[in-house]
Design a protein around this ligand. Structure first.
Ligand SMILES: O=c1ccn([C@@H]2O[C@H](COP(=O)(O)OP(=O)(O)O[C@H]3O[C@@H](CO)[C@H](O)[C@H]3O)[C@@H](O)[C@H]2O)c(=O)[nH]1
Ligand SMILES: [Mn+2]
Length: 361
């Protein structure tokens, strides 16, 4: 029987950082205060570093702008996107905690069908602390939730599940649609609260959205590179997608799990579909080649760490996607730079980080 926990969810306040990419004042934190106040925030300020970002009183945070990123990474800063939410992955790199939760600054607290404020972070922690079931689909959804279990015919040898690396939350109100869909359905709002959490089966890719996402940094952190997007790049709004595809082939290879579903946040505003179309158009075309590539990726058994998997992936990106567009050669280089920077800032236990340390607040 799956052991559903009735115990209160641990806060993990000293084991989890909240990463927020932003170009604006963070007044939205006021509504999250009851849930976020105990945690340390890592704010990644995008765009003009001379702009002052206002953070409500009473939050414990560190803030990095482009000057900090350049100072800390030197030439390796080239792998961190500018003028795109992809910059958030710098926050994953500088964190020292086991877990990361990342949220956009236009994502508000949603209400469940009973009208109760949803503590999205608590649900993500529950998702990450309970196993995943990627090898055999449980038709009653997450078997580890209170009131559920494995159904008849589910192999007992698989009921322990595997460690969960990623918890992918969803959004009420403005759904995460691509620009063409947004253009033809400008008034569509997601009002459907589906009370389910699913493990994404092994061998299946998924469109990972970075708006409401949590992950175990120690299990999968180095794979969460949000790619080369925004300023000077031929693509945008595929940052989280790229990270999700790389992450999923690596979690499949390492026997880790990815969950999607609860919790919901309230996505408050739609970004401009015309601007989004300009950012996405290459991605919409290229992904018809990218998806077969990721579906065919095979990682060697010697690839036993996320870094080794990721460097092998970078090699295959260059070999097989370089002919799709020269951009993928640049991306493959940046994937390698990302791992080098990650390992510099996160030396094995006992090593000393070689970057120039966090900024003075
Ligand atoms: O140049 C920029 C623009 C925005 N940000 C910060 O990134 C997030 C998301 O911004 P926004 O809500 O405007 O974008 P959406 O179109 O709703 O969401 C996209 O962003 C990714 C998911 O996070 C994904 O590509 C789409 O879902 C906010 O916090 C902005 O402040 C930025 O840092 N730089
Ligand atoms: Mn948004």
């Amino acid at each position: 029987m799956a052991s559903a926990s009735h115990a209160p969810t641990p806060l993990l306040k000293d084991e989890l950082d909240i990463v927020i990419p932003t170009i604006r004042n963070l007044d939205f934190l006021e509504m999250w205060r009851p849930f976020f106040q105990p945690y340390h925030l890592i704010i990644v300020q995008d765009g003009d570093p001379s702009k002052i970002i206002r953070v409500p009183e009473g939050f414990d945070y560190e803030l990095y702008n482009r000057n900090d990123i350049n100072r800390m990474l030197g030439p390796k800063a080239s792998c961190i996107s500018f003028k795109d939410s992809a910059c958030r992955c710098f926050g994953y790199m500088v964190s020292k905690k086991k877990y990361i939760y990342t949220i956009d600054d236009d994502c508000f607290v949603a209400k469940d069908p009973l009208g109760k404020d949803i503590n999205a972070l608590e649900q993500h922690i529950k998702n990450l602390l309970s196993p995943s079931t990627p090898f055999f689909f449980n038709t009653l959804y997450d078997p580890y939730r209170v009131g559920a279990d494995f159904v008849r015919g589910y192999p007992f040898s698989l009921r322990e599940g595997v460690p969960t690396a990623v918890s992918h939350g969803l959004w009420l109100n403005i759904p995460d649609y691509d620009a063409p869909t947004q253009l033809v359905k400008p008034l569509e709002r997601n009002t459907r609260y589906v009370d389910a959490i699913l493990t994404i089966p092994k061998g299946t890719l998924f469109p990972m959205c970075g708006m409401n996402l949590a992950f175990d940094r120690e299990l999968i952190g180095p794979a969460m590179y949000f790619g080369l997007m925004g300023d000077g790049q031929p693509i945008g709004r595929y940052d989280d997608m790229w990270a999700g595809w790389c992450t999923k082939v690596i979690t499949d290879h390492l026997g880790l799990g990815v969950k999607t579903g609860l919790p919901y946040i309230w996505h408050s505003k739609a970004s401009n579909p015309f601007v989004n179309l300009k950012k996405e158009y290459n991605g919409i075309f290229w992904q018809e080649e990218l998806i077969p590539f990721f579906q065919s990726v095979s990682l060697p058994k010697e690839a036993t760490t996320v870094q080794k998997c990721y460097l092998e992936l970078a090699k295959q990106v260059r070999a097989k996607l370089g002919k799709v567009d020269g951009y993928f050669n640049k991306l493959a280089d940046s994937m390698v730079t990302w791992i080098e920077a990650w390992d510099e800032l996160n030396p094995p236990k006992g090593g000393v980080p070689t970057a120039n340390g966090p900024p003075k607040k």
